[in-house]
Design a protein around this ligand. Structure first.
Ligand code: ADP
Length: 167
C-alpha cells in the first residue's frame, strides 16, 4: 500500500493546500496530512488543535485521507507511520530552492523516503497561508482563498489579535 505524508504548517489551511490533498488522495492509497506542532520556530496564528480541526472539517469526502499532528523530524515520523513518500506542493520558483534543500536533507536522513512534488494549480499559484493572514490582518476579504468552513474562525482570530494588539 502506498502511504504518503503531506507535511506542513497549515496556518491556516488554504484552497491551495486542499487541492494538493485532493490530488494526492487520487494518486496514493492513503494520505496522512501531518500538521507541524507548536515547537517549530514559527509564529502561528492557530494552535495545533485548531489547524488539525480546520483540515478535518474539509476532508470528509476524501475517505483515504487522515489528519494528524506531528513533532520532530518528519522523516522519523513518516518512517514510524510506515510511509515511504512525502508530498510537497510547488508554486513559484521561489519555493524551489527551499524545497530542494528540504528534500535533499530528508533523503540524507532517510534514503528510503522519497519526496514527491505536486505542482500547484495556476489559480492557486500565488496563494499562501501567510498571504491569507496578511490580508485578514488588514480586514481584507479572504473567502476566495480559504474553505468557507473556516472563514468565521479566521475572522474571530483576527478580532482577538486586534483586541490584544498582536497584529
Ligand atoms: P511549511 O511551513 O511546511 O512550508 P505550509 O503550510 O506553508 O507549510 O505548506 C505546506 C506545503 O504546501 C508546502 O509544500 C507548500 O509548498 C505547499 N503549498 C502551500 N500553498 C500551496 C498552494 N497554493 N499550492 C500548492 N502547494 C502549496
Amino acid at each position: 500500500m502506498a502511504l504518503a505524508i503531506y507535511p506542513g504548517s497549515f496556518d491556516p489551511v488554504t484552497l491551495g493546500h486542499l487541492d494538493i490533498i485532493f490530488r494526492s488522495s487520487k494518486v496514493f492509497d492513503k494520505v496522512i496530512v501531518a500538521v507541524s506542532g507548536e515547537s517549530r520556530s514559527k509564529n502561528f496564528w492557530f494552535s495545533e488543535i485548531e489547524r488539525c480541526d480546520f483540515i478535518t472539517r474539509c476532508i470528509h469526502h476524501m475517505k483515504n485521507v487522515e489528519v494528524r499532528a506531528f513533532e520532530g523530524l518528519i522523516t522519523d515520523w513518516a518512517a514510524a507511520a510506515g510511509a515511504s513518500v512525502l508530498v510537497r506542493g510547488l508554486r513559484a520558483v521561489s519555493d524551489f530552492e527551499y524545497e530542494l534543500k528540504m528534500a535533499s536533507m530528508n533523503r540524507r536522513l532517510n534514503p528510503e523516503i522519497e519526496t514527491v512534488f505536486m505542482m500547484t494549480r495556476t489559480k492557486y499559484s500565488f496563494l499562501s497561508s501567510s498571504m491569507v493572514k496578511e490580508i485578514a490582518s488588514y480586514d481584507g476579504q479572504v473567502e476566495k482563498f480559504v474553505p468557507a468552513k473556516i472563514l468565521d474562525d479566521i475572522k474571530k482570530k483576527q478580532e482577538e489579535r486586534k483586541n490584544s494588539d498582536l497584529s
